[in-house]
Design a binder for this molecule. Structure first.
Ligand code: COA
Ligand code: AMP
Length: 626
């Protein structure tokens, strides 16, 4: 079948299309109803089906005869260790840890926050929650205590699972003091905190609350998969929005399993038995979907890599992993390849390894800049496939559908909408704009399976953010255009979200941190272009008349505050003191123009600006006099 035929069928007959896809997974009760409307074009997938995601990802593979196949490979250059688990072994570990959680009183619907580095226990913990029907919420290990506290406060977990430390290249980052501080800051307190002790830093335990992972495991018996409704939440994953408060994206069990299974064929053309490596982190959606769930739901071997593209130990790190584990499909963020290219422009490292197992390279998470695309294509000779998606959708909204038909690649484009996503480029009233013209990228409702069902504890925010702005559509928050061949080009966010080294961050949140400094009267943060990280945040700060602090000192303090409150990944590059901020007459800061000035782009002086002379002052601040 051609891509066009598949796309038309998914949009024209969604129920029969997704019923067929649903047959690819092992249900406890197969769904009789495929889609049920809630309201305003939004609805639920497979509402009367029951399943257990850990059963589909693990036990079902044993039933299918893959029990002795490797399910998970752990490769950790930062500790110099590797390990592997067959489907049978991983199932046993997950069942046992689920038993341990059950013993701690965790059951269906309970929330469990997981704050862990890239170690197998993180994967085991996620799948164990799924086994019990408990809802996990993984928090990326690079987030600071405050961010963890905000998520604990919102998700109200019964338990928190962590490790004693993470390792950043050669730096040991103790997690437990951060966890202790986060629990202290949060008004909600989890009943227990399970700690996996690593030898690089042994954590002090709090009597009564803290439990040792190994001890719990040695006393636990296995727990079987608990049937849940397809619409029951599998996980909450917090993501940055335009305000300081992150949004808890809720993902269901049934739609998620069906969509991810389908995506493995459509987007990656992965088959059971393939070695699938996503070099990301389980704390991001890319890690949830393509390190943990999708490869296991498909019977692939997945790789968990605790290292970096460079410096662990060098720019050949990725190619070494491909060789050692005979990786067939590699997926990472463009930033990772920019880092490799910067250190190894001629790809000398690539030549040192046997990478013949590799069939395709996939990138997502941020815009794939054409030079990085060309470099990868030229040096690897492999298809390099960009695809566009978000935490909210859980799988690709646009991709090159290689599992159906390999389409021509256009550098800078994420290719075509995935079947199920009726993507349209529209203006603010929902009217389609002409080919080549920039607009907002929206998806006509209903969304296909696998997408977020709501914002945890705040359905109103879900509607306000995603459904109300353009009635009948899901608003993606991204802008871009469609060319005359139907290719979609994503040009960047239309809101205050920025993308730093593939990490999604909110400038609004950074502004809140900066504004809390006693010397700051007003501020704004914008994402400016960066050769390595795609974007980096830069702040413009207006100091209070009464403040006497030296400006350099203030800048250092603000950079440190952002790091301390949000995490090292926020990487505030500068916090420049300015005399005035460019505003409209109604007092709205002109962030877009500041960004254009910082990036050296031309801009139109808006008629609504309060005082155009400020733009020259800002240009000077950024060292741009043209
Ligand atoms: N725990 C604690 N700290 C972390 C962390 C984690 N899990 N991840 C990153 N950090 C820290 C880093 O150590 C660094 O600290 P420093 O400022 O003290 O050096 C800071 O956060 C910024 O990290 P990062 O954004 O990763 O930049 P970098 O310069 O250290 O590395 C790359 C650049 C390109 C090598 C790196 O960003 C990378 O591997 N990117 C891949 C992108 C990716 O996986 N994205 C996920 C979405 S698909
Ligand atoms: P996250 O929710 O962290 O996955 O980030 C999602 C955001 O990353 C999107 O809204 C886009 O702005 C950006 N993004 C993801 N994939 C791509 C891509 N292939 N091209 C351009 N931007 C992308």
């Amino acid at each position: 079948m051609s891509y066009q035929a598949e796309f038309q069928r998914a949009i024209g007959q969604p129920e029969s299309f997704w019923r067929e896809q649903a047959e690819q997974i092992d249900w406890i009760t197969p769904p009789a109803t495929i889609w049920q409307a809630r309201d305003n074009g939004h609805g639920d997938w497979f509402p009367d089906g029951t399943l257990n995601t850990s059963d589909v990802a693990l036990d079902a593979n044993i039933r299918a005869g893959r029990g002795e196949q490797t399910a998970l490979i752990y490769d950790s250059p930062v500790t110099g260790s590797t390990g592997s688990w067959t489907y049978r072994e991983l199932t046993a570990e997950v069942a046992r840890f689920a038993g341990a959680l059950q013993h701690e009183g965790i059951g269906k619907g309970d929330r469990v926050v997981i704050y862990m580095p890239m170690i197998p226990q993180a994967v085991i913990a996620m799948l164990a929650c799924a086994r019990l029907g408990a809802i996990h919420s993984v928090v990326f290990g690079g987030f600071a205590a405050h961010e963890l506290a905000v998520r604990i406060e919102d998700a109200e977990p019964k338990a928190l699972i962590t490790a004693s430390c993470g390792i950043e290249i050669n730096r040991v980052i103790e997690y437990k003091p951060l966890v202790d501080r986060a629990i202290e800051q949060s008004s909600h307190k989890p009943d227990c905190c399970i700690v996996f002790q690593r030898e690089q830093a042994v954590a002090a335990m709090l009597e009564g609350r803290d439990k040792d992972w190994n001890e719990l495991m040695s006393n636990a018996g296995p727990a079987g998969p608990v049937p849940v409704k397809a619409t029951d939440p599998l996980y909450i994953l917090y993501t940055s929005g335009t305000t300081g408060k992150p949004k808890g994206v809720v993902r269901d069990n049934g739609g998620h399993a069906v969509a991810l299974r389908y995506s493995m064929k459509l987007v990656y053309n992965a088959e059971p038995g393939d070695v699938f490596w996503t070099a990301s982190d389980v704390g991001w959606v890319v890690g949830h979907s393509y390190i943990v769930y999708a490869p296991l739901l498909t019977g692939c071997t997945t790789i968990l890599y605790e290292g970096k593209p460079v410096k662990t130990p060098d720019a050949g790190a990725f190619w070494r992993v491909v060789q050692d584990h005979k990786v067939n499909l590699l997926f990472t963020a463009p930033t990772a390849f920019r880092a490799v290219r910067k250190e190894d422009p001629e790809a000398d490292e690539l030549a040192r390894y046997d990478t013949s197992s590799l069939k395709r390279i996939f990138v997502a998470g941020e815009r794939l800049d054409p030079p990085t695309y060309e470099w990868l294509r030229e040096h690897t000779g492999l298809p390099v496939l960009d695809h566009w998606w978000q935490t909210e959708t859980g799988w690709a909204i646009c991709c090159n559908p290689v599992g159906i038909e390999m389409l021509l690649t256009k550098p800078g484009s994420a290719t075509m909408p995935s079947p199920g996503f009726n993507v349209q480029v529209v203006d603010s009233r929902g009217q389609q704009v002409a080919h080549g013209e920039q607009g907002q990228i929206a998806v006509k409702l209903p969304l296909p399976p696998g997408c977020m069902t709501t914002v945890w504890g705040d359905d109103e925010r879900f509607r306000k953010t995603y459904l109300d702005p353009i009635p009948g559509f899901y608003s993606s928050g991204d802008g871009g255009f469609e060319d005359e061949d139907g290719y979609i080009f994503i040009m960047g966010r239309t809101d205050d979200v920025i993308n730093v080294a593939g990490h999604r961050l909110s400038t609004g949140e950074m502004e809140e941190v900066i504004a809390s400094h006693p010397a700051v009267a007003e501020c704004c943060v914008v994402g400016v272009q960066d050769q390595l990280k795609g974007q980096v945040p830069v702040g413009l700060v207006l100091v209070k008349d009464s403040a006497t602090i030296d400006h350099d000192e203030l800048e250092d303090e603000l950079v440190e505050m952002v790091r301390e409150r949000i995490g090292a990944i926020a990487s505030l590059r500068r916090a420049m003191v300015v005399d005035r901020l460019p505003k409209t007459r109604s007092g709205k800061i002109l962030r877009r123009i500041i960004r254009q000035i910082a990036d050296g782009e031309s801009y139109n002086v808006p008629g609504t600006i309060d005082d155009p002379a400020i733009l020259d002052e800002i240009s000077e601040q950024f060292g741009r006099t043209d």
